[in-house]
Ligand binder design. Structure first.
Ligand code: FAD
Length: 279
């Protein structure tokens, strides 16, 4: 199914004043590319609900569109209801709805178990106010008992009322297309937008990938390891590999791209220019 293409960027809430200053600069620079929206993560790496809200507010104040990530695990209906209202009050009309992960040491799962329940709750409380994005895993969620069960769970989440999905990052386009085919066979027709992680550093990428179950193909990993401390070669190789991946995706009807910017301008802007997005 063909969809209009959407290009967007993701930030995490800064934890220090220096980080906040850096993000202001990044936001101003990336805003010149005119992305559809800037999403802001929630809870990842220990960031707080307030951090997400403040960052979203700052983006909205500049007349840009922000999409807060909202995770429901450990939360109550009252909390989520209040948060939705605060977002409506500052003009937000997009949400990335997630289950999230239980913070270590916390035991109570709260009133929501899975993201499909959050999507249903947002729809029942706020109707069609929010454009809801959910997470998709073409290489499957690390906790899923099987690929097939994970697909069924994704379908349940999409059918609960999501408008679109953003994928975990991947470097193998075939897995993405197989996932899209399976979704279509199961009656899911919402756009599933590839999440794109620029490659600028091996150890961070390896750590993230091990955590979230994204595969670094052997041929990429071996080369990155081989570059050692040669940062310039890692960046040049990463740019080439990720540009190729994005080009392949866009040439084959991917409904846009969502860039995990890591709060940096350079890698995302370079990819955007290489791909002539918006030209
Ligand atoms: P779900 O869709 O609920 O799935 C979680 C697991 O439960 C899967 O294994 C699934 O198969 C299973 N499952 C789902 N529904 C059911 C059901 N009804 N019954 C039984 N099993 C079920 N993390 C953060 O902390 N903050 C962020 O801001 C953040 N942003 C993200 C953005 C994107 C685009 C992506 C891809 C991930 C993001 N994450 C973030 C990571 C995410 O929170 C974790 O991957 C989390 O473990 C799962 O969240 P989910 O919404 O995908 O969960």
């Amino acid at each position: 199914m063909k969809h209009e293409k959407s290009f967007s960027c993701e930030f995490f809430p800064p934890k220090t004043e220096k980080g906040a200053e850096n993000l202001r600069t990044t936001l101003a620079e990336l805003a010149t590319l005119n992305p559809a929206y800037f999403s802001v993560t929630f809870g990842a790496g220990g960031s707080t609900q307030e951090g997400t809200f403040d960052t979203v507010k700052e983006i909205q104040k500049k007349g840009l569109s922000a999409a807060p990530h909202l995770s429901c695990i450990g939360s109550t209906e009252d909390n989520i209801r209040a948060l939705l209202k605060s977002y409506i009050d500052i003009g937000v009309n997009r949400i990335v709805a997630l289950r999230g992960d239980m913070p270590s040491g916390m035991r109570e799962t709260g009133e929501f178990r899975y993201a499909n329940e959050l999507v249903e709750f947002i729809r029942s409380e706020t109707g069609d106010h929010f454009h809801i994005e959910v997470a998709a895993y073409p290489e499957f969620h690390p906790q899923a008992p099987s690929a097939q069960v994970d697909m069924e769970n994704f379908v349940r989440k999409a059918k609960a009322g999501a408008n679109a999905a953003i994928t975990q990052y991947f470097y193998n386009a075939d897995g993405y297309y197989r996932f899209i085919d399976d979704c279509e066979k199961l009656g899911v027709e919402i756009p599933i937008i590839p999440g794109i992680m620029p490659i600028t550093n091996y150890s961070n990428l390896k750590r993230f990938s091990d955590m979230c179950g994204a595969e670094i193909p052997r041929w990429i990993e071996k080369r990155l390891i081989g570059y050692g401390d040669d940062k310039a070669s890692i960046v040049a190789f990463g740019e080439e590999v990720v540009t190729e991946l994005c080009r392949k995706l866009l040439d084959n009807d991917a409904p846009g791209l969502h860039f995990y910017t890591m709060n940096q301008t350079g890698p995302t802007r370079t990819l955007w220019h290489n791909l002539s997005i918006g030209c």
